[in-house]
Design a protein around this ligand. Sequence first.
Ligand SMILES: [Ca+2]
Ligand SMILES: [Ca+2]
Ligand SMILES: [Ca+2]
Length: 559
Amino acid sequence: MHNHHRLFGALVLVLLVLAACQPAVTPTIFTESSPIPSETAEVTSTPTAAGTNWWDEAVFYEIFVRSFKDSDGDGIGDFQGIIQQLDYLNDGDPNTNVDLGIEGIWLMPIHPSPSYHGYDVTDYQDVNPDYGTLEDFQQLLEECHARGIRVIIDFVINHTSDKHPWFQAALDPTSPYHEYYVWSETKPQGLGPLGQESWFKAPNGKYYYAVFWSGMPDLNYNNPKVTEEIYAATQFWLDQGVDGFRVDAARYLFEDGEVLQDAPATIKWYQDWRTFYKQINPQAFSVGEVWTDTQNIAKYGTPDGLDSLFMFDLAEAFLNGLLTGNAAVTLKSYKDAIQYFPDYSFSTFLSNHDQTRAMTALNEQEIKAKTGAFMYLTGPGIPFIYYGEEIGMTGNKPDEMLRTPMQWSAEANAGFSSGTPWEAINQGWEQTNVAVQAVQPDSLLNWYKGLIHLREANPTLRMGSFVPLNSNCKEVYAVLREYEGDTLLTVANLSLRPVQNCTVTLRTSNLSGTYQAEALWGALLFEQISFAADGSLDKFMLAPELAGGQTAVLRLVRP
Ligand SMILES: [Ca+2]
Ligand SMILES: [Ca+2]
Ligand SMILES: [Ca+2]
C-alpha cells in the first residue's frame, strides 16, 4: 500500500530560503501613545449555521515536528516524541483539567523533504524518515483519536522540491513530467507577485516558474495530471486516517497571464477539491493559508470552498490592539471577519511559524500575552495556538529562530532531547518551560489551560453572537455574547495601566430589564446591570477601576 524507499535521507540542508513560502510582511507597530481615534464599534451579529462541525468546538495546536519532542536522541523531534507528550495536550479525560484541552493538531509538513522545514516536498505519499515511519505516524493518529484530538497535516501543493522525482524527470522536455511544471523558452520580464525573481534557468536551458524560491518550482495546475496527483495524495492521507489539511500558500495555484495570485481558476480548484474530499470523508476539514486582507480571503470560504481560513488581519489587530492599548483596533478587525464569515468559519491566532512570536511582538510583556490569549480564546472563530506560545516562548526572524525546540523543563536541552538538538534551545529556557509554569498558579501556561477549559465549558464563547460595546475608555474591550438564552459579557483592559470610571454604551440589543452578574472568569465587576426596554445601555459603569490587563467573563442572568 505504501512504499518505504528513502530516496532523500536525513540530510538537513540549512538554507537561507524564504522558508515557509510567504512574503516578509512588516507589521505595523504602534505604541500605547499613538493617537488612534476610537471608532464607534457597534454591531449586532448572530452567527448563521455555526457549531455544526467538530472543528467549531476545537482549539487547535500547531506543531513543528522537528522541534516538539525527540524520542530517540538524534536531536530531531519525531512522531514518537509527540506521542510521549500527548497527555500535555489532552489526557483524554474530560474530568481533568491538568491538560491544555487541545482537540485539534496541525502538523507542519511531515513529508520527505531536503529542507529542515519541509515546505519543499519530494514525496506526497510518505513521511519524512527524520520523523519516523508510516507505522509511527499511524500510531500517532490512533493515540490522538483515542484522546479526542483530530489531526490535520500541512498540504504543500503549490510547488514541490526541485529534488522531487517529478521535477528531475521534467528537466527532459520529452518526459510526460515536463508539463507538471511551468516553463518558458526565454526569461519572462518582471518580478513575481512577491516582488522577487520568480523565473529560474534550469539545466535544460529553459526557465521555470517558482514563486517563492528556485528550490520550490511551482506545479502546473493547467495540466490535469497534476490535479490527479494531488487528489491521489488527498485520498492517501484520508485513508491513513488524517482528519484534514492545512493548505499552504493556497492563493498561488494557478498563473493566468498577469494574474499570479487569487486567480479565479485557483478558487474554483478548491471548490472541486472540497467536493472530492467530502466524498471520501464528509467530516474532513480544510483550513487555508491565504495571506491577504479579510475581504480577499473570503473568496475562498464556505459554503463551497475551504472549510476555514486563517485571519491574518485579525492576528495583526490582536497584537496592535494590545500594543496601542486601543480596543477599537481589534474590534473593527473582528467585525470584518464576522462580516465576511457570518458562520464563524474563520480561524484565529496570534502568530504562526512565519511570524515573530507573539511574546516577542508584545515586547515580552506577559500581561499583554495573557490579554491576547483572552481575546482569541473567548471570541468567535477556531483558535490555533502555535506551539510554545502558551509558555511565552520568544523568537524573531530568521525563520529558524521562530521554530526552536519546545521548552519542556529545566533539564538538559530543556527536556527536548537527550542528544544535541538540531537547533539551539532559545535563551531563557531555564525559566520559561512547561515544568516550571505547570506549578505556578498564575503562569501563562495555566492561563491558557484555564481559558481553553472555559471555552470548552461555555458554547456561548464559541458560537454566541458578537456585540461590541462602546466605552469612554479606549482601552476597554467589552463584548456581549449570546447563545441559546445564555448571555456572557467579556471584558479586558488592553492597557498595562489601570483605567478608571469606564462606562459602556449600547444602542440596541436583545436584552431588556435587570440582570444579575456572575463571574465565570476574573473578578465580579458589578452586581447588576439594567438594559432599557429597547435593549440599549447608556454609560453603564463597568467598575470604578480596571487594573492593567484585567480580564473578566461575566454571565448575565435574570434574578
Ligand atoms: Ca528523533
Ligand atoms: Ca482532561
Ligand atoms: Ca502556482
